[in-house]
Write a protein that binds this ligand. Structure first.
Ligand SMILES: [Zn+2]
Length: 256
């Protein structure tokens, strides 16, 4: 979901729709309590500024759990899951981030990462990409997390919410806020398109990721060219990037 809010597929609309339709928390009471504390403290603009990556973790944990409930997560013996496990072998942790990389069995060419290390690759993307091209996507998504794009976006969303709460006299119950907030945060933090600069930073990070892990860096170029050529199908979310995939591919090629 990391690249476009404007051309969401039917599946993504289902995903977002179910999020917007109401969140049922199946998480332990302690996690709920922490989330409530976080959302309560985020009513204060200063508190939003102070939030650390670790402080935001409960929100991402809730989002991840919700997404996994609402999407067909590939079971461990599924061919897609086995392929992804194989091509990410040894990647339990990268750059200080514990990773949980799994597949959603959905046709979209898409992927996303959250600041808690949750990475979900859609089977539609795996159908189109080679192993190393998938690794580039993973590296790019980790880049958005590690370059602080995700945390800053979460801060912005919480700040906006805090301002809104102040304007409305901070009415409403915490439960209502938590439920509505989570779906809104998902759209704002994970579903929104990144800026050109953030895409470049994530791409640069991905090149380092490829080199450090002994993967083929040129896969970054071929993955973007594949997206840019339209051979992977029109209107797919990972394609809807700004700048265009072709421009990003040229830039990557020049660096190699
Ligand atoms: Zn990106």
């Amino acid at each position: 979901m990391s690249h476009t809010p404007s051309t969401l597929s039917r599946r993504q609309l289902l995903v977002l729709g179910s999020l917007l339709g109401g969140i049922s928390f199946a998480t332990p009471a302690m996690a709920q309590l922490r989330l409530r504390n976080l959302l309560d403290s985020a009513r204060d603009l200063a508190a939003a500024e102070m939030l650390t990556a670790e402080g935001m973790r409960p929100v991402f944990d809730q989002m991840s759990a919700q997404m996994d409930r609402e999407n067909p997560l590939a079971p461990p013996n599924d061919p897609y899951a086995r392929r992804l496990a194989s091509l990410t072998e040894g990647l339990d942790n990268y750059d200080g981030l514990d990773l949980d990389i799994q597949t959603y069995l959905v046709p979209d060419v898409n992927a996303f990462a959250m600041a808690n290390g949750t990475i979900r690759i859609f089977s539609g993307l795996m159908d189109q990409f080679t192993d190393d091209e998938i690794r580039y996507v993973i590296g790019h998504e980790i880049g958005h997390v590690q370059r602080d794009h995700t945390r800053r976006r979460m801060q912005g969303a919480l700040r906006k919410r805090a301002a809104l709460g102040a304007a409305q006299g901070a009415g409403g119950t915490v439960g209502q806020l938590a439920s509505g907030e989570l779906s809104q945060l998902f759209t704002q933090v994970i579903g929104a398109q990144h800026s050109q600069q953030h895409e470049r930073e994530a791409d640069d990070y991905a090149l380092g990721f490829m080199r450090n892990n002994g993967y083929q860096p040129m896969a970054a170029v071929t993955a973007l060219e594949k997206l840019g050529s339209g051979s992977s199908g029109g209107g797919v979310p990972w394609l809807q990037t700004h700048p265009s995939p072709q421009a990003r591919a040229r830039r990557m090629r020049a660096q190699l």
